[in-house]
Design a protein around this ligand. Structure first.
Ligand code: TYM
Length: 339
């Protein structure tokens, strides 16, 4: 009898992305990155990492860092990332990140690192602690991505330069040793790749700014209402999407479009003849409706520490196994003796 050919399942492409546990994530983190992690999770083979090694480039309180890392894992699950389908892990649980990072340090130039705008910004902000980790941070990030042969890296616009240097390092290494690394592509949301501060809408929304500048993913309804009400708008009263001349209003419209999935044109049209009050009140409802169910699930996960531990242990095991494949190849290529 003739054998029927069975369809070989197509191998999914891989995603790796990460977030630092240096505070509670903001609506900017959610819209710029985390929301896409969930949206892409069916189509790709995904690894999402809590970048705790990156966090200590700025001084952290140990107990708080531990708590924020655990909370972040609960939040990743609360936005709908199923740990059975996605590898969720803590970066410090997988030592291969630091190992590969060392090797890549030796294939990256001082001049390249000196051009990184985030290094310049952060060293201005933390002038008493311009440590070497802050300088080589993008190399560790390159190691995170290249260890897993990721094809796609969903991030916000502020990571563009880091992704570019990762691609440069991968290409350089491949040029010397053959095809060792997959050269990754960035993935940015159409609206919301850079969510702006509510108080200074020409600057990015950041969790290290004063409280009124950002909405945290764990803010309660009253805080959300108050912060949006106080958000800086523009001097005239028309509602139009014009980031250059009307950054405040455009930022609020961007948040609405990103969270509802409605087109910018439809949203702007819905406010015709209405004022900023209507925009703020509608947006408040959208943000609360988005975050409330996430917060409910977050609280459930936080009440089950044993489950959280189980998730991070399983995540570390899978990540470590995948990371080892790349690291062994790299060690062999550069000429280290196998143990
Ligand atoms: P982090 O922790 O600063 O931010 C996590 C993600 O959120 C995005 N983001 C924003 N997007 C839109 N508007 C904003 N206001 C906003 N603020 C933050 C960031 O672009 C990011 O995607 N270096 C990374 C963490 C990292 C990583 C990696 C990412 C470590 N290793 C490997 C990707 C791949 C960082 O500090 O993100």
């Amino acid at each position: 009898m003739e054998q029927q050919a069975t369809a070989v399942p197509e191998k999914k492409q891989r995603i790796l992305s990460g977030i630092q546990p240096s505070g509670t994530p903001t609506l900017g983190n959610y819209i710029g990155a985390m929301r896409n992690w969930k949206l892409l999770s069916d189509e790709y083979d995904c690894l999402y990492m809590i970048a705790d090694l990156h966090s200590i480039t700025v001084r952290q309180e140990p107990a708080k860092l531990r708590q924020q890392s655990t909370q972040l894992l609960a939040l990743l699950m609360a936005i709908g990332l199923d740990p059975e389908k996605n590898v969720l892990f803590l970066q410090s649980h997988v030592p291969q990140h630091a190992q590969l990072s060392w090797v890549l340090n030796c294939y990256t130039y001082m001049g390249e690192m000196s051009r990184m705008t985030q290094f310049k910004d952060k060293s201005a902000k933390h002038s008493d602690n311009i440590n070497c980790g802050l300088f080589t941070y993008p190399i560790l990030m390159a190691a995170d991505i290249l260890l897993y042969q990721a094809n796609l890296v969903p991030v916000g616009a502020d990571q563009t330069q880091h992704l570019e240097i990762c691609r440069d390092i991968a290409t350089r290494f491949n040029g010397i040793y053959g095809n060792v690394f997959t050269v990754p592509e960035g993935y940015f949301p159409k609206f919301g790749a850079k969510v702006m501060s509510l108080q200074e809408p020409t600057r990015k929304m950041s969790k290290s700014d004063p409280d009124d500048c950002f909405i945290s993913m764990l803010d309660n309804a009253d805080n959300i209402r108050r912060k949006i009400k106080r958000a800086v708008t523009d001097s005239d009263s028309s509602i139009a999407y014009d980031p250059e001349n009307k950054p405040g209003v455009s930022n609020l419209l961007t948040i609405q479009s990103a969270l509802t999935g409605e087109s910018m044109d439809a949203i702007v049209a819905s406010y015709e003849g209405k004022g900023y009050g209507a925009l703020k009140s509608q947006l408040t409802d959208v943000v609360i409706d988005t975050l409330a169910p996430i917060q409910d699930k977050f609280n459930q996960y936080m009440n089950d520490k044993a489950y959280l531990e189980q998730v991070w242990r399983a995540g570390a095991e899978t990540a470590s196994r995948l990371a080892d494949r790349t690291l062994s190849k790299v060690m062999k290529k550069v000429g280290f003796v196998a143990r």
